[in-house]
Ligand binder design. Structure first.
Ligand code: ATP
Length: 367
């Protein structure tokens, strides 16, 4: 069992930097929680507080429902994995993985058995006699993971473990780490600023900004139903286009979104009408995701928004068109990139076929 609960955790460093501001977060037993946010938002500080390496200025950490604030790090049953691996370069893989067991006084036979088990789980049993200096970044990270799992902790804290690994190996290790966590049934709190890592690995993502928790939820929930404007603008590549709009409803059957001097009519069967009709007559913000938009040629019939193509980006399997429609919205064309490329730069549009990911009201993304 290993659940973690943070209650109003605040950290103010000497000098007055507020690294965390009343953060409350529940991590269930066996959950893979990713803390996501830009550099300096307080992710590492939060992890260090959970590990007991840093004391909160206010608030409390509970482990399995019990206050853990007075527990020293070694009594918290956690293992940490860092981005710089923190391995001992003069030892081989076997001795690095087995080191925590040696320190804990575990006898040699048991130590060796658990070291081999950990190395096998990570696919590196044939590297046990290899020196650290002769390993690739990905192999070093596996050794660092091995050193963490050999202690059989119930809670893993990982601080950007993949940031020094090249892109190819990173994708492989992402799958390995989440698979391993599932197989071992452990709780993981994983820090990253990489949203692909967050959205692909997490059971739940917690998004931090300037020490404040913005949103917590499954990858699907935070991506498709962001809790704040900041999260709407932060998640996704390309970023969601955010536009002010007004909701017009008349005769209870027509619903229009008025975006600047353009108007989109939502068909009667569109499921978003129910949410939108709550905002009748109001000014709202509409989020446009690239994958929900389809580019069409000027003059095409139907529900279209006209805009000026600012730039095109070719990604091999798809082409992105960045279009000024009051805000910048990106539209994606999967297999017809040649057609998109031929569309004149002026007067290209985006249709609102599956558009609005979420209607959010609140502060502007620049806040
Ligand atoms: P990064 O992704 O760059 O590691 P982060 O989200 O992990 O960033 P933290 O390292 O937790 O952010 O830092 C949060 C804030 O607290 C930053 O403004 C940082 O400068 C400040 N900070 C962190 N550690 C200390 C410290 N020991 N003394 C003073 N300020 C600190």
């Amino acid at each position: 069992m290993s659940s973690v609960a943070l209650k109003d955790v605040t950290k103010v460093f000497p000098g007055g930097t507020v690294a965390l501001d009343k953060v409350s977060l529940d991590v269930a037993d066996g959950e893979f929680m990713v803390l996501l946010g830009p550099s300096g938002c307080g992710k590492s500080t939060l992890l260090r507080i959970i590990a007991g390496l840093e004391e909160p200025t206010a608030g409390s950490v509970l482990m399995d429902g019990e206050p853990a604030d007075d527990l020293p790090p070694r009594e918290r049953g956690v293992a940490m994995v860092f981005q710089d691996y923190a391995l001992y370069p003069h030892m081989n893989v076997n001795d690095n993985i087995g080191f925590p067991l040696k320190q804990a006084g575990v006898d040699l036979d048991e130590r060796q058995r658990r070291t081999v088990d950990a190395a096998s789980a990570l696919g590196i049993p044939d590297l046990l006699t290899r020196r650290i200096a002769r390993l690739s970044g990905g192999q070093r990270q596996r050794v660092a993971m091995g050193r963490a799992i050999v202690r059989e902790p119930a809670l893993f804290l990982m601080d950007e473990p993949l940031s020094n690994i090249d892109a190819g190996q990173r994708a492989e290790l992402r799958t390995e780490i989440s698979g391993l966590a599932q197989q071992l049934g452990v709780t993981v709190i994983y820090v990253t600023h990489d949203q692909t890592e967050a959205l692909t690995m997490a059971d739940k993502v917690a998004i931090l900004r300037k020490g404040e928790l913005q949103d917590v939820g499954t990858p699907d929930a935070v991506y498709n139903r962001p809790g704040t404007m900041y999260v709407a603008a932060f998640l996704g590549s390309p970023r969601m286009g955010l536009m002010e709009a007004k909701v017009e409803v008349w005769e209870d059957s027509h619903l229009n979104l008025v975006l600047g001097d353009q108007r989109l009519q939502l068909p009667w069967h569109d499921p978003r009408r129910r949410i939108l009709s709550r905002y009748r007559g109001e000014q709202i913000v509409v989020g446009l995701r690239a994958e929900a938009l389809t580019p069409v040629a000027p003059g095409a019939p139907g529900n279209v928004l006209a805009g000026h193509v600012r730039t095109m980006e070719h990604h091999g399997h798809e082409t992105l068109a960045f279009i000024d429609v009051g805000a910048t919205a990106a539209a994606v064309d999967d297999n017809r990139s040649a057609d998109v490329a031929r569309v004149p730069k002026k007067g290209m549009w985006n249709s609102l076929r599956r558009t609005v990911s979420r209607i959010v009201d609140g502060t502007s993304p620049a806040d």
